[in-house]
Design a protein around this ligand. Structure first.
Ligand SMILES: [Zn+2]
Length: 198
């Protein structure tokens, strides 16, 4: 399970991000969070709960822009600024884990090369239930994750976001149903063959 932790791009329920952390903790699930630097600065208390709960923490850039649009200097500045925020505020080095905002750049040699030079590798995903889409119901998100993991099998990387109300509504069912199917939840650094690095 991976979660992009960032400023919501539309209104969402209060406390959803905290409830996602509560739900994972209650289920004793360790996940991977890709935190947007600007979000970490705005919500240090919430962001500060991620690593102590046993989750892996990576970077989701600072401004959440499409990485291929940056100049070389702007690209490096954005990645370094996110790293500074995560290290200074949370005391965690996010390297080498990075996720490109919107996934844009996952197949772009320039983006991947600049990330590598800065100590990062981009982690894409296998299963995307589109929980960010306001037209998606919690049931659709839940079924999308469960059906996708079953189809993909071992090593499936699931993309969710920390802020949609459909995510927190779907999460308990996702965890219960996958556990009942025999799934084990691990952080990306615990995947035996490594995540599907793009
Ligand atoms: Zn994002």
């Amino acid at each position: 399970m991976t979660f992009d932790a960032e400023h919501p791009d539309r209104p969402t329920g209060a406390g959803v991000q905290e409830r996602v952390l509560d739900t994972l903790e209650a289920a004793d699930v360790h996940a991977t969070f890709f935190a947007q630097g600007r979000w970490v600065e705005a919500y240090p208390a919430t962001a500060g709960r991620i690593a102590p709960a046993g989750h892996l923490l990576g970077s989701h850039s600072f401004y959440h822009a499409r990485m291929p649009l940056f100049s070389d200097a702007g690209f490096d500045e954005d990645v370094r600024e996110a790293e500074r925020a995560i290290r200074d505020i949370l005391g965690v080095d996010p390297r080498p884990w990075f996720r490109c905002p919107f996934g844009v750049g996952f197949d772009d040699p320039r983006v991947l090369g600049r990330l590598a030079a800065l100590g990062y590798r981009d982690v894409n995903w296998d299963i995307e239930p589109d929980d960010w889409d306001p037209d998606r119901t919690a049931r659709q998100v839940e079924d999308g994750v469960v059906d996708g993991v079953v189809a993909r099998g071992d090593g499936a990387v699931v993309l969710l976001h920390t802020w949609p109300s459909s995510t927190i509504a779907a999460l308990p069912g996702i965890l219960t149903r996958l556990r009942d199917l025999g799934a084990t939840f691990v952080r990306l650094d615990e995947l035996p063959d490594g995540p599907g690095i793009s």
